[in-house]
Design a protein around this ligand. Structure first.
Ligand SMILES: NC(=O)c1ccc[n+]([C@@H]2O[C@H](COP(=O)([O-])OP(=O)(O)OC[C@H]3O[C@@H](n4cnc5c(N)ncnc54)[C@H](OP(=O)(O)O)[C@@H]3O)[C@@H](O)[C@H]2O)c1
Length: 356
């Protein structure tokens, strides 16, 4: 920690989410990328050769020179961001946590594990205290495993959290998910151009379960999921970044549209969460125009960390309906993971590291 920053390792550094981690961590005030891990395909090469960089510009020059290591080798950084597929994550992530690492994962393997916080800092920042139980039951003194949400659940959770005060009874979601959500190289172009694919493997089940865990309550021992029913249908569309969802919701109370919009506009994380380096000033931003939110125009609101919402209107079936949009590799993956690590640092869960 020569410059006072906490060394960070990225697992799956060459993929869609791994690249986003590297981009977002450039010049991060607390964390510095020191180690990169990926498969045999990339190991042994400098990052600039190993990664087919798909974001704007190129990788930061210092990181571009780091040699990618083979996954499974020793990790020395205390903080580990994982952008691995589930199959590669499942054994390794708890192993690293048992070795004392703070592991912030984007993989789905442990999202629904009872002692793993599924954190979306503005919505359920208090769930971070579940780590005390995780450490006690697993015998981990400095290590921890925390997950962040599926990228499609993100805009749903962000917009339903402010509506909990009205009693959320039933929810129906239809998604239009960007191709970067399938990783790199993802869906073949001949399947994707001029097309919509009405199937995204596993995402409907994840939306119907992870959403309720994130919106649930923590009593100091365990998380009780929100008592609401959700039905989801997921599609893949030829958009590069940004998952758009259409949400229909039934509420116990009958708030006016103005009250719902007020709830979104006033929604904030705790002051502690709001002060984290990656937190957007406004987590939920309502767009007035009749034809918004749109992925290309609105995914970078709040540096990609805000959820854009629009077209609130009456629904003849459930009462209310609207569209919401989140950037899938920023708010839906790397950006949220970094924000979660910032929260852990603030709360003192990262051994011998206290941020300024
Ligand atoms: N894309 C999104 O919007 C998004 C959002 C939320 C969560 N997630 C989750 O985040 C994770 C990463 O997604 P992604 O979209 O970035 O995937 P991706 O583009 O396919 O990247 C996968 C990364 O993992 C590495 N990898 C794959 N198999 C490996 C193995 N057996 N051993 C070691 N390294 C291996 C790859 O390395 P090589 O390049 O060397 O093969 C690459 O760096 C997944 O669990 C995904 O479900 C993705």
């Amino acid at each position: 920690m020569d410059n006072g920053k906490l060394p960070v390792a990225i697992l799956g550094a060459t993929g869609a989410v791994g690249q986003r981690f590297i981009q977002l961590l450039e010049d991060h005030p607390w964390f510095e990328v020191r180690e990169l891990f990926a498969s045999e395909r990339s190991a042994g090469k400098p990052y600039r050769e190993a990664a087919n960089w798909v974001l704007d510009g190129g990788p930061p020059s210092r990181v571009g020179e780091l040699v990618v290591q083979l996954l499974g080798g020793a990790v020395s950084s205390p903080l580990v961001f994982s952008a691995l597929p589930k199959e590669a994550a499942v054994e390794l992530e708890p192993k690293l946590a048992a070795q004392g690492k703070i592991v912030c994962t984007n993989a789905s393997a442990y999202r629904m594990t009872p002692d793993v916080p599924l954190l979306l800092a503005e919505v359920n920042g208090d769930h971070v205290a579940l780590l005390d139980r995780q450490r006690a039951t697993r015998g981990w003194s400095t290590g921890a495993l925390i997950a962040n949400s599926n990228c499609t659940a993100m805009p749903v959770v962000m917009t339903l959290a402010p509506l909990r005060q009205f009693g959320v009874k039933r929810v129906h979601v239809v998604s239009q998910q960007a191709i970067s959500g399938a990783g790199y190289p993802g869906v073949p172009s001949m399947d994707m151009i001029d097309n919509v694919i009405p199937y995204v493997s596993g995402d409907e089940e994840k939306l119907e379960t992870e959403t309720l865990k994130m919106l649930g309550t923590f009593d100091g021992e365990q998380i009780t999921p929100l008592d609401t029913r959700i039905g989801a249908s997921c599609t893949r569309v030829p958009v590069l970044d940004g998952h758009l969802v259409h949400v229909s919701v039934e509420l116990e109370e009958r708030p006016t549209h103005a009250q719902i919009r007020e709830a979104w506009a006033c929604f904030r994380g705790s002051p502690e969460v709001a002060s984290l380096p990656s937190s957007p000033a406004l987590p939920v931003v309502y767009l007035e125009q009749h034809d918004r939110p749109q992925p290309r125009r609105d995914r970078m609101i709040g540096a990609g960390m805000a959820t854009a919402v629009g077209r609130l209107r009456d629904c003849p079936l459930l009462g209310y309906k609207y569209f919401a949009l989140s950037h899938n590799t920023i708010r839906g993956a790397a950006g949220s993971s970094i924000q979660n690590a910032e929260l852990l640092a603030r709360r003192g869960y990262i051994d011998s590291f206290r941020p300024n």
